[in-house]
Design a protein around this ligand. Structure first.
Ligand SMILES: Nc1ncnc2c1ncn2[C@@H]1O[C@H](COP(=O)(O)OP(=O)(O)OP(=O)(O)O)[C@@H](O)[C@H]1O
Length: 332
C-alpha cells in the first residue's frame, strides 16, 4: 500500500486552477520531494492531502485512508510542518510542543524534541511570537516530529534556516526515513532535494511535469555529465565522439570535454581518449538539479523528456562546456 495516493486531483480557487488532474503515489518509506516554482501548486496539494482544503475533483488517500472520510485518523499518524505556522499568542516554544504531544496523545519528551531540532532551552521558554524565523521553524519542526509519525509532511522545511539549520533538516529527514517513516516535502532548495530524495515530482502550473529519481530525470533529458580530461596533446576526437551516449566533444586548450548523456558512456569515452593521448587529469561534472529544474519548468519544445540523448535538452550541462570546438579536435 502506498503512503500517499493522489488520483486525478484538481483544485480550483474560483477561476484559478491551482492543481490540475494530478495523479501521484508515494511509496511507504520513501523520501519524496515535491518541486516547482512559486505558484506551481505544491502547498495546495499538501493542504488537500491533510484535509485543510477539499478537492474540486479527484481523490486522495493518505496511509490507506481517504482524507475526506476519516481526517482524524490521518492526522494522528501524520506530522506536518506547514508553510505558515501561526503561533498561539504568548505560548512558549516548549508549550507549543507540549500541546502537540497532548493533542496527539503521544509520550514524547518535549525537551528531547526541542534539543533534537537545536532550539536553545532558554529560547524554548520564551513566547514563540518573539522568535526569529529560524527559531520558529525549528520549533515547528519539533511539533511535526511529535509521536513518531508514519508520514512526515514538510512544506518548505528549510525556509528561514541558516546553513546549519538546512543541514539539520537534511539529517532529520534521513533519520526519519531510517526509522521507516515516509517523508514528503516541498522545496525550492534544489540541492537539498537532490541529496535526500529517493524520487521527486516536478509541478508546473498545477500539472505534473515529471516524476522520477533525479538520476533518471537527468538521463531522460540527456543531461548527463561532462568528463573533462587534460591530455598531453589533443588527438583526433572522432572515435571519442562516436561512443554511444556521447552527445558532444569540445576542446579548450589541453582539455577535452566529453558530454555524456548516460553514465555508461563515460568510461568507454575516456578509454578511447586514453588510447589516443596521455590523459593527465580527469574531472567529472554532473549537471545540477538547477539545470534539470529549469528544463522542466520553463517553456521548451519537448517538456517531459523522451529517450536518453534525444529531444530538447540534449547536450551537456548548460554553462559547463564552452563551445570552443567540435568533435574532430580543432583547437581555437
Ligand atoms: N486561497 C487562494 N485563493 C486563490 N488562489 C490561490 C489560493 N491559494 C493559492 N492560490 C493560487 O493557486 C496557485 C498555486 O498556489 P500554491 O500556493 O499551491 O503554489 P506553491 O507551489 O505552493 O507556491 P509557493 O512555492 O509560492 O508556495 C497559485 O496560482 C496561487 O496564486
Amino acid at each position: 500500500m502506498s503512503a500517499v495516493e493522489i488520483d486525478g486531483l484538481t483544485k480550483r480557487y474560483g477561476d484559478v486552477t491551482a492543481v490540475s488532474e494530478l495523479s501521484l503515489s508515494v511509496e511507504r518509506g520513501e523520501v519524496f520531494g515535491l518541486l516547482g516554482p512559486n505558484g506551481a501548486g505544491k502547498s495546495t496539494t499538501i493542504n488537500v492531502l491533510l484535509g485543510f482544503l477539499d478537492p474540486t475533483a479527484g481523490s486522495v488517500r493518505v496511509l490507506g485512508t481517504d482524507v475526506t472520510e476519516d481526517l482524524q485518523r490521518v492526522k494522528r499518524r501524520v506530522g506536518l510542518l506547514p508553510e505558515a505556522f501561526e503561533p498561539v499568542p504568548n505560548l512558549t516554544g516548549r508549550e507549543h510542543v507540549a500541546a502537540a504531544i497532548e493533542t496527539k496523545g503521544a509520550d514524547d519528551d518535549p525537551d528531547a524534541l526541542l534539543d533534537r531540532v537545536g532550539l536553545d532551552p532558554e529560547d524554548a521558554r520564551r513566547p514563540a511570537d518573539d522568535y526569529s524565523t529560524g527559531m520558529f521553524q525549528r520549533m515547528a519542526l519539533a511539533v511535526a516530529l511529535v509521536g513518531d509519525p508514519d508520514l512526515l509532511v514538510l512544506d518548505e522545511p528549510s525556509s528561514g534556516l541558516d546553513p546549519n539549520g538546512v543541514q539539520l533538516v537534511r539529517d532529520i529527514v534521513r533519520e526519519e526515513a531510517e526509522r521507516g517513516a515516509t517523508v514528503l516535502f516541498s522545496s525550492h532548495i534544489l540541492d537539498e532535494v537532490e541529496r535526500v530524495s529517493d524520487r521527486v515530482a516536478i509541478l508546473r502550473d498545477g500539472e505534473l511535469a515529471a516524476v522520477n529519481s533525479v538520476e533518471n530525470l537527468r538521463a531522460e533529458l540527456g543531461m548527463g555529465s561532462v568528463v573533462s580530461a587534460t591530455v598531453d596533446a589533443v588527438p583526433d576526437l572522432e572515435a571519442v565522439a562516436a561512443v554511444d551516449g556521447v552527445t558532444d566533444v569540445t576542446v579548450d586548450g589541453p582539455t577535452v570535454r566529453v558530454g555524456c548523456a548516460t553514465p555508461r558512456a563515460k568510461m568507454p569515452a575516456l578509454r578511447r581518449l586514453d588510447d589516443r593521448a596521455t590523459v593527465e587529469d580527469v574531472t567529472v561534472e554532473e549537471s545540477s538539479l538547477e539545470d534539470l529544474f529549469e528544463a522542466y519548468t520553463t517553456d521548451r519544445p519537448e517538456a517531459g523528456g523522451g529517450d536518453a540523448g534525444t529531444g530538447a535538452g540534449k547536450g551537456v550541462a548548460p554553462g559547463s562546456a564552452p563551445d570552443t570546438a567540435t568533435a574532430g579536435g580543432d583547437r581555437q
